[in-house]
Design a protein around this ligand. Structure first.
Ligand code: LLP
Length: 421
C-alpha cells in the first residue's frame, strides 16, 4: 500500500495534490511520501518481532539525506556500499553502530573512513579484502568487526543484472570455501568475526530462493560454531520484490518473509540483520513528468514526456515496467489510448513503455511514473546536459524540496577549461 491516491479526481502524494508540486518545483521531479516510507520500514521491523534484529535500510535505493534521516529517526540502521554513502549516513544523523558496510571492492581509503568514524560491521567479500582490512585496522590501532559474505549458489529467479547469489556472480565467497576463510579471518590481527552475511539478489518475487540460501547459512552457522567461531549475527541481505505491475500476482509480504526467517534461523539465537532497499523506498515515490508533445508516427503515437532515461534509467537498463498514470483521473469508462512513452534524449533506448494503454493525454498534462522511489533518483545522470532531477518529500499537507534542481549556470560552471587550451 502507498499514499499516492486520487482525491476529487487528482492524484495526491498524501494530502498534497501533485499539480501543486509541479507548479512550485517544475517537472520532471521525484516525489516521496514519509507515510509510505515509514509504513514500509515498520512492516519489516514488525515482521522480525520476537527476534533480536536490526533493519539496515539499503541506502543505495534512495540515499537522499532526508530519507536517511527519517530512517535513523525510526530506529533503522543502514547498509552502505561506499565512503560517500557512509558519510551521507553520518551527515543524516545515523549512529555509527547502526551502519554496515557492504561491497565487493571497498578501498583502503574507504575502510579508513569507516574505521575512524565507527562502524557496526564490514561485510567482507574476499581474502584480499580481509588482508587489506586487517592491515588498515592494525595501522589505526582498531578492531574491525566483520562478517564474511558467502555466495550460496542459489538462483534468485530475478533479472540477470541484479542476481548476485550464483557461483558465476562476483559477490561473496563460495560457501564451500567459507570455513577456510573464517579460519584465516580468526588468525588475522585487527579482525573480529561477528557473523555471516548473504545477499542473493534484488526484486525477488518468491520466498523459496531466500529459504534455500538461509538454510545453507543455518548449516554454516553450526559448522563455524563447531570450529570455535563466535557466530552471533546473521546479515540476510535485502531483495524482497515489490509489485511494479498491479495486475501481476504480488510478491510475498514482509510478514511472510519474517515468518520464514524465524522458521529457518530462529533457533540459532543470532541477532538478525536485513538490508531491504526497494521494498522500503520503491512504492514510496513517483516521478512526476509533463507531456511535451503527442506525436503521430507511421503506425503509433508517441507520448513525449519531459522525463527521460537520464532521470529514470530502469526501463532502458532492465526492461523494467513502471506504471504510468495520468495525474488527472480519467472519467470512468473512458477508452484508453495506446502510446509509446518516450523522453527527449537522443537515443531510441530512451523509451519508458511501448504500446502502453493510458487514458488519452494532451500536451501539458501531467503523468506519474509509479514505484520510482527506489533506484530512480540515485541512478539519475545529467546525460544530454539535462539538469539532475530534483526531489521533494511530502508529509501530510507539507512538502519540501530535499534536492533542488541545479540551475543551468550550476551546470555550466561545473566544468573548467584549462588555461593552456
Ligand atoms: N544488500 C546488498 C548487499 C545489495 O547489493 C542490495 C542491492 C541490497 C541489500 C538491497 O536490495 P533490495 O532490497 O533493494 O532489493 N538498480 C537495480 C537494483 C540493484 C540492487 C543492488 N543491490 C534496479 O533498479 O532494479
Amino acid at each position: 500500500m502507498d499514499h499516492f491516491l486520487y482525491r476529487d479526481g487528482i492524484l495526491h502524494a498524501e494530502d498534497v495534490p501533485l499539480p501543486e508540486i509541479a507548479a512550485a518545483v517544475g517537472t520532471p521531479v521525484y516525489v516521496y511520501s514519509v507515510a509510505t516510507l515509514t509504513r514500509h520500514f515498520r512492516l519489516f521491523d514488525e515482521a522480525l518481532q520476537g527476534m533480536d534484529h536490526l533493519v539496515c535500510y539499503a541506502m543505495k535505493a534512495n540515499s537522499n539525506l532526508a530519507v536517511v534521516r527519517l530512517m535513523a529517526d525510526l530506529g533503522a540502521g543502514v547498509d552502505v556500499v561506499s565512503a560517500g554513502e557512509y558519510l551521507k549516513a553520518r551527515a543524516a544523523g545515523m549512529p555509527a553502530d547502526r551502519i554496515v558496510f557492504s561491497g565487493v571492492g571497498k578501498t583502503r581509503a574507504e575502510m579508513r573512513i569507516a574505521l575512524e568514524g565507527g562502524i557496526r560491521q564490514f561485510n567482507v567479500e574476499s581474502e584480499p579484502e580481509l588482508h587489506a582490512l586487517s592491515e588498515v585496522a592494525t595501522e589505526l590501532g582498531r578492531t574491525a568487526p566483520i562478517t564474511i559474505r558467502v555466495n550460496p549458489d542459489v538462483d534468485a529467479k530475478t533479472h540477470e543484472k541484479i542476481a548476485t547469489g550464483k557461483a558465476e556472480n562476483k559477490f561473496g565467497i563460495p560457501i564451500a570455501r567459507a570455513r577456510g576463510v573464517y579460519a584465516l579471518a580468526a588468525s588475522l590481527p585487527g579482525i573480529e568475526v561477528v557473523g555471516i552475511d548473504v545477499h542473493i539478489g534484488s526484486q525477488l518475487t518468491e520466498l523459496e530462493p531466500f529459504e534455500i540460501a538461509y538454510g545453507k547459512v543455518a548449516e554454516l552457522t553450526r559448522a563455524l560454531r563447531a570450529d570455535g567461531h563466535d557466530i552471533r549475527r546473521l546479515d540476510l541481505g535485502g531483495g524482497l520484490g515489490i509489485p511494479y505491475e498491479r495486475t501481476n500476482t504480488a510478491p510475498p509480504l514482509p510478514i511472510e518473509y519474517g515468518d520464514m526467517v524465524r522458521r529457518v534461523l530462529g533457533d540459532l539465537g543470532c541477532e538478525i540483520e536485513i538490508e531491504p532497499g526497494r521494498l522500503i523506498a520503491g512504492n514510496a515515490g513517483v516521478l512526476l513528468s509533463e507531456v511535451i508533445y503527442v506525436k503521430q508516427g507511421e503506425d503509433r503515437q508517441f507520448l513525449i514526456v519531459d522525463a527521460a532515461m537520464n532521470d529514470l534509467i530502469r526501463p532502458s537498463m532492465y526492461a523494467a515496467h513502471h506504471d504510468i498514470v495520468p495525474v488527472v483521473q480519467p472519467e470512468p469508462g473512458q477508452e484508453p489510448a495506446r502510446y509509446d512513452v518516450v523522453g527527449p534524449v537522443c537515443e531510441t533506448g530512451d523509451t519508458f513503455a511501448k504500446g502502453r494503454e493510458i487514458a488519452p493525454l494532451a500536451q501539458g498534462d501531467l503523468v506519474a511514473f509509479r514505484s520510482a522511489g527506489a533506484y530512480g533518483a540515485v541512478m539519475a545522470s545529467e546525460y544530454n546536459t539535462r539538469p539532475l532531477v530534483p526531489e521533494v518529500l511530502v508529509s501530510g499537507h507539507q512538502f519540501a524540496v530535499i534536492r533542488p534542481r541545479p540551475t543551468f549556470d550550476d551546470l555550466v560552471k561545473r566544468d573548467t577549461i584549462p588555461a593552456w587550451l
